[in-house]
Design a protein around this ligand. Structure first.
Ligand SMILES: [Zn+2]
Ligand SMILES: [Zn+2]
Length: 212
């Protein structure tokens, strides 16, 4: 893994917002609700890597209004059930606007299974109890990153010395489980992503048919 140059997203050169152009997302689209889309990541880290994005342009989830919380939670639950059923328990991850490469709110949903986060390290700035905690941080302090495992959700201050240990813990676990030798670049992930995306879409359809 290349320290410092790590990003979860592919670099986007287009100055237009990719996530606002819904027609370009069609091949990745799993589900649309009144305000949100569930899509597969176009450069997946692993099969089952999804994104929950609002249809409208918000900078990050700290910018998404409270009226949308219930719709968001319902989608998160659905994604959680899907990933746990076919893959492994979910980890939710959001950059906020820290190191974002698509400047439109998107919640990464990874079937990474149990990821240990050692609270005693004190890397986190806050334990998150509701979306309101994220909005409050964003309005007062701006940048953040967010991580939610099966037990708890955390906000981190946007500092590389906090970001890298978290992301490295996650990526080491992923590399170990997937049998990969090393971390793939976003270009490699994009090139190798098509079968992962197809498999994810097929399983999502099965999941929907089962009415789970
Ligand atoms: Zn991202
Ligand atoms: Zn946008």
């Amino acid at each position: 893994m290349q320290k410092g140059s790590f990003t979860l997203d592919s670099e986007v050169n287009d100055t237009n917002c990719t996530f606002c152009q819904h027609s370009s997302l069609n091949r990745y689209l799993l589900k649309a609700t009144p305000t949100f889309l569930v899509i597969t990541d176009h450069a997946p880290l692993v099969e089952g890597h999804l994104l929950i994005i609002p249809k409208y342009h918000y900078a990050c989830y700290g910018d998404v209004p409270a009226e949308l919380d219930a719709e968001l939670f319902a989608l998160k639950r659905e994604v959680q059930q899907f990933l746990a059923y076919y893959y492994a328990p979910v980890i939710f991850w959001e950059h906020g606007i820290f190191r974002q490469t698509v400047f439109h709110a998107h919640l990464h949903c990874f079937p990474f299974g149990p990821i240990e986060y050692d609270l005693s390290q004190g890397l986190h700035a806050a334990v998150v109890h509701s979306q309101e905690d994220i909005r409050a941080w964003y309005s007062k302090r701006g940048h953040y990153f967010y991580m939610e495992n099966a037990q708890q959700a955390f906000l981190f201050a946007p500092e590389m010395e906090r970001y890298l240990p978290i992301i490295q813990g996650i990526t080491h676990a992923v590399i170990a489980r997937s049998g990969q030798r090393s971390w793939r670049s976003s270009q490699q992930r994009q090139e190798m992503g098509a079968p992962l995306i197809e498999a994810t879409v097929a399983r999502w359809r099965l999941f929907q048919q089962q009415g789970a």
